[in-house]
Design a protein around this ligand. Structure first.
Ligand code: DQA
Length: 144
């Protein structure tokens, strides 16, 4: 069975309450459940972690080395700033799918740079929660 770690960065614990016009009404738990449902169809197991702390996310990436097959990661605002997360993911051998609920390229200029994208296998943005389903499918396709 393939193992996927679903990682969420800062403020994503507030999904459902936070700027619903931008991020929708689904909660983080809803997104985790939909990711898991699709992943399970493809024989993958999903564990999830959300943290508001950069170091905790980096530790999770380190711990996954040699143990987990893939990350699906929505790094929140760390997408645009965390070279430390970039470096941690660069040292991970498996698949990395970057997901954003909104389309950062269509928002403020500072959101248009992702420091995670260069170390991701691929990125999915702007499709709301469907992005997580697409990400789970993409991981399964890559693993086959
Ligand atoms: C986000 C986009 C980021 O720019 C923002 O900081 C977030 C959420 C998204 O899912 O659309 O926290 O990653």
């Amino acid at each position: 069975m393939s193992l996927i770690l679903l990682l969420h960065g800062p403020n994503l614990n507030l999904l459902g309450q936070r700027e619903p016009d931008v991020y929708g009404h689904d909660t983080l738990a809803d997104h985790v459940a939909r990711t898991r449902a699709v992943a399970t169809e493809f024989g993958c197991e999903v564990e999830d972690l959300q943290s508001n702390h950069e170091g905790e996310l980096i530790e999770a990436v380190h711990a996954a080395r040699g143990r987990w097959d893939a990350f699906i990661i929505n790094p929140g605002a760390f997408t645009h700033s965390s070279w430390a997360l970039h470096d941690a993911l660069a040292a991970f051998d498996g698949i990395v799918v970057e997901v954003h609920l909104s389309n950062p390229d269509a928002r403020e200029p500072w959101r248009r740079t992702s420091v995670v994208a260069p170390v991701a296998t691929g990125s999915i943005s702007g499709f709301g929660g469907v992005g997580y389903e697409l990400a789970a499918r993409a991981v399964a396709a890559k693993l086959q």
